[in-house]
Design a binder for this molecule. Structure first.
Ligand code: BGC
Length: 757
């Protein structure tokens, strides 16, 4: 393990001398000493951090390894007096230029779910699933850069963003906060998002490390999976995102993995993260996810977050005591502080402190970033007989349900943004684990107004859908009916099944029976079942489309924007197709202390196992392996134009390279996402997405695309050598529109190879 005195020995010692610290006998000539080596930007972040730590007292180091939870800490002895109501705050060390860390959630914008900062608003991006559906790293980057700039302007310097847990269960409560089920897609887009956030010289997390795949009992669930399978799936998504995004911090999850809590899991925090991956930033816990002092510190946890939410302040007095007794070494404390500081320096925060006062924000410009993300992420799932785009000459259009007169739905929990424009509808929860901190909230972005603006000559009206008979009558009297179906998801709870709640299936059925020209717009945090699918000509998956979702949906419906989203996760035809057809232990946890699920460790639920026998075959690979035909496969999405592929050329050897032409052979400009799936030619094995590229083309235009397959996607994790093994042999490459929908295929031979992580 690295100690503070290895690479930077010389300048650290000199720094100590400059500050009047006891100079060791072997110190080198003071004449060459830079006074404050941590200010030397030519040194590595790690080296500067080590120099800072050498200049710190133990009390100062201890300040860095815990953060306060402002709502509970206010007024507590020793608590900072300058806290912003938010997720967390770490006390800085002004004499050394170490900033106070102010932490806010999350990936969708600067969160403020219970309006802790009265009247404060921020720009709300669409759900991360929508960003994933764009298959566009530039959109992910732009969104990250935008929300990061708002965080900074609001004086936050840590954004708890970067959620990248793979969707293993279609009913996961937080699936909307993540980037789908595929490690390559999720990793590439999460990395771009994190890079965008950190382009503002603030810290982004990547979270929740790892396998926090269901919300039910998230604080007591013990995720059981083989380590190689974990490396080939969820860990791979983290690794790819970390390479691309360089997050300054990793947030460890609530759950246990193979018997140890994530935040005291040595295999994950030290062997994998520090050892295999050489990560130099810091590990912060999730809020209420710490269960020990000595075990957690020695396993690799560097910072206890929102410590007031844990059963005790593990990294406060108990850590002090453990240091006195030698149960945690001083060098480990140095290492913890060094990693926090490395993150602070590496992200640029140390050299570019966040402003001392709130700065103005260009909300109008930021709204356009949110709108573009929504427009690229909406997926056209069905379009029979060219039902869409809607004709500009439609005379009577009725919108039904989903509060489409005033807004669009958002997902709940710590990622909730109270967006610019206010909250037109907000429904408090009556009970359940999320009730203490989540409300069902709509953003003020009216599909009704947006559609009226695009169809000025038409009579566009709204009925709320609470009475299916009235809705059907209104649909009958209209040329076109558009049903806005909603499925709300939130942190801390899973949806019990994939059926649209509140009998919306019956509503859609009644409307479709009354009017054959019925379009369904689904606002959801993941897959839903669609028993009425054959009865309606057109369906859009709009996810939670963010604060300009109404405009984005209208633009897609009327063809001002050509839909280009592709599903980042499978929509199963029935829950029974999924690896686990329902949240594990739902009944038992519901009966238990709800608090155990809502961010405080005070619950009393017993630890229970969740087995992940699908291993690395998460998502579409599971469906392939089981021969199940889903409702809509991963990668699927339609366009108003048509794309064709030709001239596929594949070369093997050590690197798999794929080149081909994409032509827009239809009549509209649009974007396509050619996808490359690879599988060993001689084995019945599910295929994996090894490369993809979003391509925007005018009608008649052709683009030559060359892609390189991600090697790790083609490889297995060798636990013995702690490295990758790509088994040499023949592989089949399928250039596809979606998984299982190959347009062109070719075989090639790859060289047997082993490589480091
Ligand atoms: C969530 C994290 C979040 C933290 C701070 C936790 O409940 O799991 O994603 O960053 O709270 O709000």
């Amino acid at each position: 393990m690295r100690t503070p005195c290895h690479s930077m020995l010389r300048s650290i010692l000199l720094a100590g001398a400059a500050l009047g610290l006891a100079a060791p006998a072997f110190a080198v000539t003071p004449a060459k000493a830079p006074a404050h080596p941590w200010l030397d930007r030519k040194l590595s972040a790690d080296a500067r951090a080590q120099a800072l730590v050498h200049a710190m007292t133990q009390d100062e180091k201890l300040q860095l390894v815990r953060t306060w939870f402002p709502p509970n800490a206010t007024g507590k002895p020793g608590a900072p007096t300058d806290m912003i109501p938010s997720a967390g705050q770490m006390t800085g060390v002004p004499r050394l230029g170490i900033p106070t860390l102010r932490e806010s959630d999350a990936s969708l914008g600067v969160a403020n779910q219970v309006e802790q900062r009265k009247g404060d608003v921020a720009t709300a991006l669409p759900a991360s699933l929508a960003t994933a559906a764009s298959f566009d790293p530039e959109i992910a980057y732009a969104g990250g850069a935008m929300i990061g700039s708002e965080a900074r302007a609001k004086r936050f310097n840590v954004l708890l963003a970067g959620g990248v847990n793979l969707t293993r269960d279609p009913w996961g409560g937080r699936n909307f906060e993540y980037l789908g089920e595929d490690p390559l897609l999720a990793g590439v887009l999460d990395g771009a998002h994190i890079r965008g956030v950190q382009s503002n010289h603030i810290i982004s997390t990547i979270k929740h490390y790892v396998l926090n795949s269901q919300e039910t009992g998230r604080m007591v669930a013990d995720a059981r999976i083989g380590w190689p399978a974990l490396h080939e799936s969820d860990l791979l998504a983290f690794k790819i995102a970390m390479e691309k995004g360089q997050p300054a911090s990793v947030m460890c999850a609530y759950n246990l993995i193979n018997g140890d809590y994530a935040c005291e899991n040595h295999e994950l925090l030290t062997t994998t993260l520090r050892g295999d991956w050489g990560y130099k930033g810091f590990v912060m816990s999730d809020w209420g996810a710490v269960h020990s002092t000595v075990k957690a510190a020695n396993a690799g946890l560097d910072q206890e977050s929102g410590a007031e939410l844990d059963k005790m302040l593990y990294f406060d007095a108990p850590l002090r005591e453990a240091l006195t007794k030698g149960a945690v070494s001083e060098s480990r404390l140095d290492e913890m502080a060094t990693r926090v500081l490395t993150g602070i320096i590496e992200s640029g925060l140390y050299d570019n402190p966040a402003p001392a006062t709130v700065q103005p924000i260009d909300y109008a410009a930021h709204a356009l970033v949110a709108q573009k993300a929504a427009e690229e992420g909406i997926v056209l799932l069905r379009n029979e007989g060219g039902a869409l785009p809607l004709a500009a000459h439609a005379k009577r259009i009725v919108l039904i349900g989903g509060h489409a007169d005033v807004g669009v739905l958002s997902g709940g929990g710590s990622s909730q943004v109270r967006s610019v424009g206010g909250v037109p509808v907000e429904i408090p929860l009556k009970s359940g684990p999320a009730a203490s901190f989540a409300r069902t909230t709509w953003h003020s972005s009216s599909p009704l107004k947006a559609i009226q603006a695009l169809a000025p000559g038409a009579d566009v009206s709204y009925v709320d859908g609470s009475d299916p008979a009235a809705a059907a009558a209104a649909a009958k009297a209209a040329d076109i009916a558009i049903v806005f179906a909603t499925q709300w998801r939130t942190e801390a709870e899973d949806v019990p099944n994939l059926t649209l709640p509140d009998d919306q299936d019956a509503l859609i059925d009644a409307v479709a029976t009354a009017n054959a020209k019925t379009v369904v717009v689904v606002e959801s945090g993941g897959a839903v079942l669609m028993p009425w699918l054959e009865k309606v000509p057109a369906v859009l998956a709009a996810w939670y489309p963010g604060q300009r979702g109404g405009e984005a949906i209208a633009n897609i419906l009327f063809g001002k924007v050509n839909p280009s989203g592709r599903l980042p996760l499978t929509f199963p035809a029935a829950e029974a197709q999924a690896p686990r057809p329902a949240p594990v232990n739902l009944a038992a946890i519901k009966a238990d202390d709800a608090a155990s699920n809502a961010g405080s460790a005070g619950g009393g639920s017993a630890i229970f196992p969740i087995d992940y026998p699908e291993g690395a075959n998460a998502g579409y690979r599971w469906y392939q392996a089981k021969g199940e035909k889903p409702l809509f496969p991963f990668g699927y999405g339609l366009s108003y134009t048509h794309f064709s592929y030709s001239h596929l050329k594949v070369t093997g050897g050590r690197t798999l390279t794929i080149s081909f032409d994409v032509t827009n052979s239809g009549k509209h400009s649009g974007a396509d996402v050619p996808q490359v799936y690879v599988t060993p030619a001689d084995k019945q094995q599910p295929s994996r997405l090894a490369a993809f590229q979003r391509v925007t083309l005018k009608p008649g235009e052709t683009r030559h695309v060359t892609l390189t397959a991600e090697r790790r996607i083609l490889s297995g994790w060798d636990a013995r050598t702690r490295g990758w093994h790509l088994a040499g042999g023949r592989y089949t490459v399928a250039l596809s529109r979606a998984v299982g929908d190959a347009v062109l295929t070719a075989d090639t031979v790859l060289t047997d190879q082993r490589f480091r992580p």
